[in-house]
Design a protein around this ligand. Structure first.
Ligand code: 0GY
Length: 308
């Protein structure tokens, strides 16, 4: 694919929702959106030649607009694969947020200490390892181990993106990494399987045994039943609720939440971000659970020592 600044978006690509509804659920003050991205804008930050998709633009101004609309206080901006290992759009967004954003980078194994220190000074607190085959060509374990060893002294963690079916094959390697682990999107369970079934049990055991953090995010990506009918009901993505609820109940001190805006690679439907907020009280059913999920946990991981 070309890195030309005006490359057209991937056919079938759905643009992010321009007029999200106002959530009925009021996010607690200090809420952190711990999983979102920026796409370009490509005229300023061209996409990587090796990318698997070309998105629409979704830049920092629009991200900060959504943050304010939803009542979010802070963002953790995760490098999206369309930018490869060029972190400049993400770093620019983090730097522009006046202390209200942190970043997760994608780096190559030959990165040197001064580059890592520069990312750290900008607000980067981790690296992302992506094992989802439609998004990256390869993820050689030796390279990832080298990266993990380099970032460990900075106190960074590794954000993992994998599909549940791949966990058995990856688990030995992941356990050996010398850094805290944070898993995206509930480990991407197959929600047509029972929440008490063997696949999710294996994921829960992995989380338990390794003190893993879990993002209770992306119901829109995991759901088979989909969003609600447009009948005034704001009860969305019902089939994902038991999976999110189980993780929040079992690991209340190691769960995070994020919008995943601008929602890469959705072709079936694009979520209304207001509805994603209204999904939250269905998975975190007490004020205490919600405060941990939305405020205390992400503040401890990304802004340790800062009052909230
Ligand atoms: C997500 C999910 C996806 C894409 C990426 O970096 C990315 O391109 O993460 C996906 O396609 O499932 O977390 O944004």
């Amino acid at each position: 694919m070309s890195g030309h600044p005006n490359a057209p978006r991937t056919p079938g690509w759905l643009d992010w929702y321009r007029n999200p509804s106002r959530p009925a659920f009021r996010l607690p003050p200090g809420t952190v959106d711990a999983h979102c991205h920026v796409f370009g804008p490509q005229a300023e930050f061209p996409f990587a030649p090796e990318r698997k998709y070309t998105p629409c633009d979704g830049g920092k101004e629009e991200l900060f607009g959504l943050r304010d609309h939803l009542g979010v206080a802070r963002n953790v901006i995760v490098q999206a694969t369309c930018h490869g290992a060029d972190n400049s759009a993400m770093v620019d967004a983090v730097r522009s947020a006046g202390g209200r954003a942190r970043g997760i980078a994608t780096v190559r194994p030959d990165i040197d200490e001064s580059e890592l220190l520069e990312l750290d000074a900008a607000g980067v607190r981790g690296v992302r390892f992506n094992f989802v085959r439609r998004l990256v060509d390869t993820s050689p374990e030796d390279d990832l181990r080298t990266i993990a060893k380099k970032v460990a002294p900075l106190g960074w963690h590794v954000v993992l993106y994998f599909e549940s079916v791949d966990l058995p094959e990856l688990e030995g390697f992941l356990r050996s990494l010398p850094v805290p682990l944070v898993v995206d999107h509930l480990g991407r369970p197959d929600v047509t399987q029972p929440v008490d079934g063997p696949q999710f049990a294996r994921f829960l055991r992995f989380v338990e045994d390794n003190d893993v953090w879990v993002k209770v995010s992306c119901p829109e990506r995991l759901s088979v039943t989909g969003p609600p009918a447009l009948d005034g009901e704001r009860r969305s993505y019902t089939d994902v609720v038991p999976f999110g609820r189980r993780v929040v109940e079992e690991f209340p001190d190691r769960v995070l939440w994020g919008t995943d805006w601008p929602h890469p690679n959705l072709t079936g439907h694009m979520p209304d971000d207001g509805l994603l907020v209204d999904h939250l009280p269905r998975v975190a059913v007490t004020d205490e659970q919600r405060h941990k999920l939305l405020v205390a946990n992400p503040m401890g991981l990304y802004w340790p020592g800062e009052p909230f």
